[in-house]
Design a protein around this ligand. Structure first.
Ligand code: ADP
Ligand code: MG
Length: 351
């Protein structure tokens, strides 16, 4: 499926709403690389939704150019365009009178897929997002929890296998625990699917967990910084970006580094040792260590133990990532980064 990934290019994109003097989005240019998940991070009202809705033409730009896979979006039939762009929003927008299966099938039906293919696709997608088809296909949206409905929203957006997904604060309406679970599930899913995804959020932690790159947006969607999570953490461009990244760099790093970065074959487990796969993050490792386990086993996909992780190896992994992400002229501040890393075990880890 990943072979369908496409690049999205925005060139001098501007939107001025009728009757409003100042533009809501002002001269935004950026490239979203094929197959990557790019987060638009910014405060409420900065123009994130407006920017996103111009890409699937739910809002018409005042000026500028949008290209998807090299094709000029503004010269395409909007209905045809939206079939190639999955869209997930905070309010989910499931059709309440339709079953889960029919909700997911809505675009394939519109496209005239044969019945058997639709049925197969619905089952495949429900399984993909962790919902048992036998249990959920015939239910109605109101019979599902918020988190389950969000999973259906994602499944529906994926139904016709669009190369592009636009997600506008999709997990915002769920409780913090469900939200964390959805983020992790979606990260794993995206690693397999390789879609080009734009994901809007105002939550920096969410941006760190999900983003291949993060665009920190200021007023009128001005791009304050556009960089990979580690680069953003290590080198915030200005005070505005710093207001998102804060000072607790190492805590943030825990949420994005994977468990294998702290796996050391020399760390031997004693007795009942909890196990994590390489898809887990250092935050997952730290939570288990804080719960009282001396070591955590990190397993590869085949179940083989890559090594053990403990507070020392976690600190080492975080310090290494910080050093790597720093520009060359600053890497001699190693003592500093060690001091930072040493406080990891004492730091409260958000759930
Ligand atoms: P965000 O998604 O970042 O919260 P929006 O893109 O929704 O921001 O809004 C950006 C700005 O445009 C805000 O000042 C908002 O009030 C304004 N705006 C949004 N939609 C409209 C509209 N239909 N007409 C006029 N102004 C709008
Ligand atoms: Mg919005």
């Amino acid at each position: 499926m990943a072979d369908t990934a496409v690049t999205i290019e925005l060139e001098h994109l501007t939107k001025t709403y009728a009757g409003v003097a100042a533009p809501a989005v002002d001269d935004v240019s950026m490239t979203i690389p094929a197959g990557e998940l790019v987060v638009f991070l910014g405060p409420s009202g900065c123009g994130k939704t407006t920017t996103m809705k111009m890409i699937n033409r739910l809002i018409e730009p005042t000026s500028g150019v949008i290209r998807i896979g090299g094709e000029d979006v503004l010269g395409t039939d909007p209905v045809e365009l939206r079939r190639r762009i999955g869209y997930v929003i905070q309010s989910i927008g499931l059709f309440p009178h339709m079953t889960i299966a029919d909700n997911i099938a809505s675009v394939p039906k519109m496209l005239g897929w044969p019945k058997a293919r639709i049925t197969g696709r619905v089952e495949e997608l429900l399984t993909l997002v962790g919902l048992d088809p036998a249990t959920f296909a015939r239910r109605f949206p109101r019979q599902l929890s918020g988190g389950q409905q969000q999973r259906v929203g994602v499944a529906r957006a994926l139904a016709a296998d669009p190369p592009v997904l636009l997600m506008d604060e999709p997990f915002g309406a769920t409780d913090p625990i469900t939200r964390l679970r959805l983020q992790r599930e979606f990260r794993r899913l995206q690693q397999d699917l390789g879609k080009t995804v734009i994901f809007v959020t105002h939550d920096f932690d969410e941006a760190l967990v999900l983003g291949d790159r993060i665009a920190v947006l200021a007023e009128r969607s001005r791009i304050a910084q556009y960089a990979a999570p580690l680069a953003l953490l290590a080198n915030p461009a200005d005070d505005y970006v710093r207001s998102f990244t804060g000072n607790s760099t190492h805590v943030r790093l825990l949420g994005i580094l994977t468990a294998d970065t702290a796996a050391d074959p020399g760390v031997i487990g004693h007795g009942a040792e909890p196990e994590l796969t390489t898809a887990a993050t250092l935050r997952d490792v730290t939570e288990l260590l804080l719960a009282g386990h001396a070591t955590v086993a990190v397993l590869d996909q085949t179940g083989t133990r890559l090594g053990g992780a403990d507070f020392t190896t976690v600190r080492r992994a975080v310090a290494a990532a910080q050093a790597q992400a720093r520009p060359a002229e600053e890497t001699d501040a190693d003592a500093d980064s060690d001091a930072d890393a040493d406080s990891v075990s004492d730091t409260e880890i958000p759930a």
